[in-house]
Design a protein around this ligand. Structure first.
Ligand code: ADQ
Length: 464
């Protein structure tokens, strides 16, 4: 089996428990991939130094070799906080209103991609397959090619690809996409993002695109683009089912909510997750059914992320204010309708919380996939499952079509579906869940890795 070299912005050292929480879904998914294929995981350590030294720190933990570099503070500012998280992240989540186009950010992005290429190239052996992840590192494949790396190189985008009309607002958009055509395989979370990408390649680049196979041909190069929906590490997640930690968490939540129905949301504190809009929907529900404040409690778990960026500080303040307003108006001495918790939990604890909650509320305004939706489904009691309310704008909505699909921008639509979920008969809850769980179980992270890696290895002839 060929070795796999995984390259992503951040690297989570496997022994660090709960690391997936702080870093999002990517960390958990990649650890599963690396456990299976021996190889190395390269990226930024998360440490900042005054000047870039080029030193690569190699470690082995729990069967996974990691190799990390430290970045200079001004590089982090321009590449990570700047271009990646203040330009590409908002734009790719259709938030053109929050997108910052600073020339310095673009320069920093190109510079750090070059530093990544310079540091990782010596670690790549002739038969290795290289798998680059996410929007931080789009030009990395092309930078590696410029250094003579001839290996198979694949790229997977964890976030949406925006429609052409939005994407062209990015200065030098053609340059960014032309670097992508240096990969051998390009993966997206679902067909919607794939189609937007193919549309751009045809319309703006004049590439020849075969919609059926996803083959893109331009200037004598051919690259294959395809949808690979990411899943959860199902077996690992389910191993929490009988753990003391999960049971305790479930009991704790049930004991504290007693006869009330618990509804849960678990998200990174990010404007793409639709949190203030969700609180508006819950507020609308209580406006329509004030008596329900006595028997429905909403638990929002949202650890802060990217706190150095203004738009993230803003979302936190907005959420606190909206939650405070509803609680101020509807609390009593013995009840608070919304509990807002600003910290992360282990996967086992989340399992217990999901299981204790009869409604899962996952309502991003836009999301590449959204693994919380899948975790919520996996954690349900098969004999008495809860109801998943899911945004139709999450990538996961293309697979989880038996969830209650909602428009996250509409407080009325959210309120209406909370009501439907509360009243749903057990037979319908079960029927829906039995369909949802098949997708969550079968389309898991191992399937995702195998599909991508076998295409990267050139083992699959054509997806058709
Ligand atoms: P994220 O935007 O981080 O990931 P998501 O897919 O929902 O979003 O993954 C979140 C992960 O972090 C889940 O495993 C969840 O359990 C965990 N998590 C969230 N809040 C937590 C908390 N309070 N405590 C502990 N753990 C917590 C990006 C893209 C997504 C895409 C993933 C994977 O934005 O669209 O699904 O990558 O490709």
């Amino acid at each position: 089996m060929n070795r796999l070299v995984v390259i992503s912005n951040r690297v989570a050292v496997p022994k660090a428990r709960g690391a997936a929480g702080a870093q999002g879904g990517l960390a958990g998914a990649l650890q599963a991939a690396l456990r299976k294929h021996r190889g190395i995981w390269f990226g930024w350590s998360g440490e900042e130094v005054d000047e870039f030294t080029g030193q690569v720190n190699v470690q082995e933990n729990d069967g996974v070799t990691t190799a990390v570099i430290d970045l200079a503070t001004h590089d982090v500012e321009e590449y990570y906080n700047g271009y990646a998280n203040s330009t590409l992240w908002p734009l790719f989540h259709y938030r053109i209103d929050l997108t910052e186009y600073e020339r310095e950010f673009g320069r920093g992005y190109e510079r750090v991609n070059e530093l990544f290429a310079e540091s990782v190239a010596p670690l790549i052996e002739p038969d290795d397959m290289v798998w680059v992840h996410d929007y931080h590192l789009i030009p990395l494949g092309e930078r590696l090619r410029a250094r003579g790396v001839k290996n198979r190189i694949g790229f997977f985008l964890h976030i949406p690809w925006p429609p052409t009309r939005l994407f062209v607002s990015l200065p030098f958009h053609e340059r960014l996409v032309s670097t992508m055509l240096e990969y051998d395989v390009i993966g997206f979370q679902n067909n919607e993002w794939l189609e937007s990408f193919l549309h751009y390649c045809r319309k703006e680049m004049g590439a020849e695109v075969d919609e059926k196979t996803g083959e893109i041909a331009l200037n004598g190069r051919k690259v294959r683009a395809r949808a690979y929906p990411i899943g959860i590490d199902y077996d690992r997640f389910m191993s929490h089912a009988h753990s003391g930690e999960a049971r305790q968490a479930q009991q704790r939540l049930m004991a504290s909510t007693r006869h009330r129905t618990a509804m849960i949301g678990v998200d990174r504190l990010d404007y793409s997750k639709g949190l203030p809009e969700r609180i508006d929907g819950i507020g609308r529900f209580f406006d329509n059914h004030p008596e329900r404040a006595r028997d429905l409690v909403y638990i929002q778990i949202a650890p802060p992320s990217r706190e150095d960026i203004g738009s993230y500080q803003h979302i936190r303040a907005e959420l606190e204010q909206k939650t405070g307003q509803i609680n101020g108006a509807r609390s009593d001495v013995d009840l608070v309708p919304i509990r807002y918790v600003n910290r992360g939990y282990s996967q086992a604890e989340l399992f217990g919380f999901y299981r204790a909650s009869k409604i899962g509320l996952v309502t991003p305004l836009r999301d590449g996939m959204n693994l919380v939706a899948k975790e919520y489904v996996a954690a349900q009691d098969p004999d008495d499952p809860g109801v998943l309310i899911l945004s139709r704008f999450a990538g996961a909505a293309q697979q989880l079509t038996d969830a209650l699909l909602v428009n996250p921008y509409s407080p009325d639509d959210l309120a209406h579906h909370i009501q439907i979920a509360l009243e749903m008969p057990a037979s319908e809850r079960k029927a829906r869940w039995e369909k949802l769980i098949v997708s969550v179980r079968e389309e898991n992270v191992n399937r995702w890795t195998e599909d991508f890696v076998s295409d990267l290895a050139g083992e699959t002839v054509s997806a058709g």
